[in-house]
Design a protein around this ligand. Structure first.
Ligand code: NAP
Length: 326
């Protein structure tokens, strides 16, 4: 009997056919919740899951005793109980690298848009308010030559910094779990303790993963350390930032502006003041959302899952310990 895959991400016909060659595929396109009865009733016979944005809980795993592998169509894996998966010997595969440059582009888009007030001024033009040349009250801030502080200096953090250092002549500071001497040599980046980075940077860009150590890493105390002219950008996960503290810092003018791709609650609550603030550029979690990159991510997830269910090592494996126990 063929192993069964439950697919709940956006896979194209070729990718579904590739999975279907060796496996039985039950497709749940656009599945929004694991409570979906059809998905739930298929879980007990599932060997593989492939998708994104669905929180997988240990309780769900209890309902899937045959599960061997999960391929998430994302690099972040904060939606998965990694320890519980590893204990059960279930492989968790993700999609690093293929989305790095696109997500870094989104980071730089937010840096530029917030600094030059692009959304606010485009709205102003759209309203027909452009009646005369603009004055200093609508000027923005330079990006080139400024200091860029990276919180998290992994794949995406380095790619944002590369744009800043090589394209915009920026000085790069970074705070990261481990030092990165090779990036210091390549980009002239300087390792700083986080407090020093926060107080010295003109732009602060967050690219750490969400985990127990990074939840609310940036809060009231951290915003208070930033310059009043600082521009804050988050392209990692919303919960890395205490959003109430961010809103207060923006409202009180403790920082100048923010560019945000991610939020504590997604989709953003209609009650949130953030999209209505003129000094905020808010995007709907589009870090990797280009045709090319989303196709490449889905393909990486398909390749990972096929390898895992064949008993071969997937290309990108989060929980190496589960592989060793297979
Ligand atoms: P990565 O290469 O693993 O980089 C993460 C970096 O954060 C690593 O350098 C790591 O340090 C550092 N780090 C981890 N915990 C830390 C802590 N407590 N304090 C300081 N630094 C810490 O991952 P990536 O590919 O760059 O992706 C980063 C994150 O971006 C993902 O986890 C995901 O949440 C987010 N993301 C968002 C979007 C979007 O659509 N907005 C798209 C893609 C990814 P070490 O180098 O020492 O391990």
């Amino acid at each position: 009997m063929k192993k069964r895959i439950l697919a709940y991400g956006r896979l194209n016909d070729d990718q579904l056919a590739q999975l279907g060659h060796d496996f039985e595929v039950l497709n749940f396109p656009g599945l929004a919740s694991a409570d979906d009865p059809a998905f739930r009733s298929a879980l007990p016979d599932a060997h593989g899951l492939i998708g994104a944005s669905l929180a997988i809980t240990p309780q769900l795993l209890d309902e899937a005793p045959h599960l061997e592998a999960i391929a998430t169509i994302s690099v972040g894996y904060d939606n998965y109980p990694v320890d519980a998966l590893t204990r059960r010997g279930i492989l968790l595969c993700n999609t690093p690298d293929v989305l790095t440059e696109t997500t870094a582009d989104t980071g730089f888009l937010l840096i530029m848009a917030a600094a030059r007030r692009a959304v606010e001024l485009a709205e102003w033009v759209k309203r027909g308010d452009w009646q005369a040349g603009i004055g200093p009250e609508r000027f923005g801030s330079d990006v080139h030559g400024k200091t860029l502080g990276m919180i998290g200096f992994g794949r995406i953090g380095a790619a944002v910094a590369r744009r800043g250092a090589l394209g915009f002549g920026m000085r790069v500071l970074y705070s990261n779990a481990s030092p990165k001497p090779e990036l210091e040599a390549e980009l002239g980046a300087e390792h700083h303790e986080m407090d020093a980075l926060l107080s010295e940077s003109d732009f602060i860009c967050v690219t750490v993963p969400l985990n127990a150590d990074t939840e609310h890493l940036i809060g009231e105390r951290e915003f208070a350390l930033m310059k009043p002219s600082a521009i804050f950008v988050n392209i990692s996960r919303g919960k890395v930032v205490n959003e109430a503290a961010l809103i207060e810092a923006l409202e009180m003018g403790r920082i100048r502006a923010a560019g945000l791709d991610v939020f504590e609650q997604e989709p953003l609550s209609p009650e949130s003041p953030l999209p209505h603030m003129t000094n905020v550029v808010a995007l709907p979690h589009i870090g990797s959302a280009t045709h090319e990159t989303r196709t490449a991510m889905a393909q990486r997830a398909v390749d990972n899952l096929i390898l895992a269910l064949r008993g071969e090592r997937p290309i990108s494996l989060v929980n190496d310990a589960a592989w060793r126990s297979v």
